[in-house]
Design a protein around this ligand. Sequence first.
Ligand code: TTP
Ligand code: MG
Length: 350
Amino acid sequence: MHVDMDYFYAACEELRHPELRGRPFVVGIYKEGDKLRGVVQTSSYAARKFGIKSAMPTAMAFKIYPELGYVAPDDPYYEEMSRRVMALLRERGFPIEAMSIDEAAVDLGAMGYDEARKLAVSVKNEVKKRLGLPCSIGVGTGKAFAKMACDAAKPDGILVVRREELASFMDGKKVGSLPGVGKKTEERLRAMKIDTIAGLGRADPMALIDQFGSLGKELYMLAHGVDDSKVVEHAETLSIGRERTLPRDATRVDETIDVLKSLTDEVMKEVHSRGFLFRNIGVKAKYADFTERIRSTTTNNYTDSSDLVYSTAIRLLRGLMTGPRVRKVGVRVSRFVAEKGQKKLFSAHT
Ligand code: TTP
Ligand code: MG
């Protein structure tokens, strides 16, 4: 099963700016004082109706629709929403692989199609109900096919592609709709007179391997409906953190300990629910002048101790409270291993 959030950054912005709902607007970066130089990161569905989309220069977007709404990106906010999406998906107990900030592959094992569809409906409803965000879900006989089904289901849809439907689902599609085929690969395939997935399936596999190495073999297999790639949890690339604005700006660490305690509790609740151990503990201070500093430390052993995180956070933050007043603080842990199996391996070094 593949889950991808619909117009993710824009949907996150609609959540906290209800006045944007249904309006054509974009999220993107622009140079201070000259909004016409940046590119669009994503656009609301209302903006997509005008052909305004990701990677388009903002200048062009405004030319197409001068009344276009505009929001500057807030990456920490999208990361936080992403973590919530992933945490919600993990609650179902299946292995999940976060493929990007707004999409995940879920390994349903040998589950039947009907049951998978029910699960997809239930997950989609829950994401909407608990997070207020729309998503699309695809189900297929491999990661790539589930992702393609998800793309075809967009927006706000669910599509199950059974094994017997896969060939007709794929055949007419362009090679560019295969995951892993970007603009460059697409062009190189076109130079070989290969435009569609059906065409890819009829190509000489040796010529493909010649041109693209292992990717060539992979693409040929995909065109024949074969995808054996596994769903892999990337625990080591994740961090889990929370941050919060203080009720009052603070100059001493003792004024922040209530907030640090509850941030620690929230972080550790997620760490424990995922069965992780970690080695890195960090804090962040955001000052009244809007500058920020972070500080972190690495522990000798993998741990999941809440007390250690709390006491370390206090110690680290004290070192950051020497300058201007602090407006916002954050607690973050990283460098994970999954608890099962790996613990022994690492404690052997202690
Ligand atoms: P996508 O899932 O590709 O796009 P989306 O969620 O906005 O829209 P869709 O409904 O088609 O899935 O990317 C997820 C987020 O990643 C997107 O909201 C913004 C960000 N992003 C960029 O910053 N730059 C880009 O070029 C793209 C494609 C996405
Ligand atoms: Mg998306």
